[in-house]
Design a protein around this ligand. Structure first.
Ligand code: UDP
Length: 507
């Protein structure tokens, strides 16, 4: 008899880069286990993904297709990924995706062929209606829609377990008076059930009173997260075990039958091997090839990589302080630079951003990438020995997965708490900290921390810990490891919901 069609799962991403990337990697992982995935996000993000070689149809595989929902919110003065100003826009786009997603579900359940923006090779026909939906934890409207359409709903949480814990405990934090956190709040230790105490200043910045993201929306996110029966999370059990164990308990504020499945880090499969990547494996753009060629010319672990993710862009003054600090450190570095929103796009050039004569003085010692770097290719390169990061969760977990010690320079969102995981808990990084109330970092501070990490005593310990953390993570991704087995359990469930048998034939 003909074999039954594979289970069909919808993945719905919040339209910010970090969220989009992680969920796409999950899509590919699920497809590699025999699940057909319709990956849905706002059209502008899908278009971005298509510009990236990792979304070439050959790399997507036959079981993944990308579907863009119309961009219904005008961008106004703020460019995509042009600094913090675009955050409110992203939230609005996320909200506006609801009606179009409902329309998509109607079409899928009615057997109407859906126009995919991109689909894998050999064209799987996606004829079977989806049985489950996995949505980003920050899209709080999906649960109700999934219930209406009788779809099993799973949440994918793209941040750390610590941030998930804070989100789940939001009502308690509000009742304790910690949230919203007033700008003048005295330092205070917060105690949540079964968790080590932490300082109020390390709460995610979106819980600060001055933040523009509304508390009402976050409260709604929190209650929807509590209702989710299963939360997939982009972390590794072993690196946040105490928090994850605590998440399984029921208590007055978290009474659920919730299950938390750590499946991370969800890296593209070409980066899952322990062996150094053969950098010829993937299709690359010209800039990527140049960047890798430059890295090939450097000695092992000698290069610092600097990137602040897709949203934060330092102002020109801060770029200058960073540049001069790097110059004084004598370290070789790769730096991803993007145009600060305050500068005009028409006359923009990278050399205008940097101190006078900087690039010619540093010649071989620096490689500037703009506006976007092949981050995973860089982090997996043997010449890279440090990563100065804004501590976005994806960058943090990616850096740790490649055993690269970090310089933590958190800026907003939950980056401050990620910094504590890096510096205090895992001890895989050093912190680059501004003087109290200083608006920007100073060159001396940059020089000092770069030297400490790349050449100093402190660096030795941190490097050792980073190598160990990498091993722990890599083990978790292999058969028998925590993330591997959790993903397997989830895949098995998807097969059950669709009435298909999970035969392991794709493994
Ligand atoms: N990234 C990249 N190239 C860049 C900057 C970022 O590939 O030049 C990727 C990075 O690997 C990560 C994501 O974009 O997967 C950024 O997510 P993160 O959570 O670190 O930061 P955010 O952008 O959300 O602030």
């Amino acid at each position: 008899p003909p074999s039954p069609p594979p289970p069909h799962v919808l993945l719905l991403a919040f339209p910010a880069q970090g969220h989009v990337n992680a969920l796409l990697s999950l899509a590919k992982l699920l497809a590699s286990k025999g699940i057909a995935v319709t990956y849905v996000c706002a059209q502008h993000r899908i278009s971005r993904l298509q510009e990236d070689h990792s979304c070439a149809s050959s790399s997507l595989g036959p079981l993944v297709r990308l579907v863009g929902l119309p961009d219904r919110v005008a961008l106004g003065d703020v460019g995509i990924d042009e600094g913090l100003g675009c955050r409110m826009w992203l939230i609005e786009v996320g909200k506006q995706m609801k009606d179009d997603f409902v329309q998509l579900l109607l079409e899928l359940q009615g057997g109407v062929a859906v126009a995919a923006t991109a689909a894998g090779t050999q064209g799987h026909d996606f004829a079977a209606a989806p049985s489950s939906v996995v949505s980003d934890g920050f899209l709080n409207w999906v649960r109700d829609v999934a219930t209406t359409f009788h779809l099993t709903h799973y949440v994918f949480f793209p941040c750390s377990a610590s941030t998930l814990s804070v989100m789940l405990h939001l009502p308690l934090l509000i009742s304790q008076g910690h949230v919203p956190l007033a700008p003048s709040a005295e330092p205070q230790l917060i105690t949540l059930p079964r968790l080590p105490p932490f300082w109020n200043k390390d709460l995610p910045e979106f819980l600060h009173a001055r933040n523009e993201v509304s508390l009402e929306r976050l409260k709604d996110c929190s209650s929807k997260l509590k209702e989710a029966a299963t939360i997939l999370i982009n972390t590794t059990y072993e690196i946040e075990a105490n928090v994850i164990d605590a998440l399984h308990f029921k208590d007055g504020f978290c009474q659920t039958k919730r299950r938390v499945l750590t499946v991370g880090p969800v890296l593209p499969d070409e980066f899952l091997d322990d062996l150094p990547l053969s950098h010829s494996q993937t299709e690359k753009q010209e800039q990527d090839i140049e960047c890798l060629r430059w890295l090939n010319s450097k000695t092992a672990r000698s290069v610092l990589y600097l990137s602040f993710g897709s949203i934060y862009i330092p102002c020109i003054e801060e770029i200058h302080e960073l540049a001069l600090g790097l110059e004084a450190s004598f370290c070789a570095f790769i730096w991803v630079l993007r145009r600060p929103p305050s500068t005009s796009s028409s006359s923009f050039s990278i050399s205008n951003l940097l101190p006078e004569g900087f690039q010619s003085r540093l010649k071989d010692r620096c490689f500037i990438v703009s506006p976007w770097a092949p981050q995973l290719l860089i982090l997996s390169h043997p010449s890279v020995g440090g990563f100065l990061t804004h501590c976005g969760w994806n960058s943090t977990i990616e850096g740790i997965s490649f055993g690269v010690p970090l310089i933590a320079y958190p800026q907003f969102a939950e980056q401050q708490s990620n910094c504590r995981i890096v510096v205090d808990q895992l001890k895989v990084g050093l912190e680059l900290r501004k003087h109290d109330n200083a608006p920007i970092i100073l060159r001396k501070q940059v020089e000092r921390v770069v030297k400490l990490l790349m050449e100093g005593e402190e660096g030795i310990e941190v490097k050792k810990n980073a190598a160990q953390a990498k091993d722990i993570i890599r083990r978790s991704l292999k058969k028998g490891g925590s993330s591997y087995e959790n993903l397997e359990a989830f895949v098995c469930e998807c097969f059950q919901h669709s009435g298909c048998k999970f035969q392991n034939k794709f493994l």
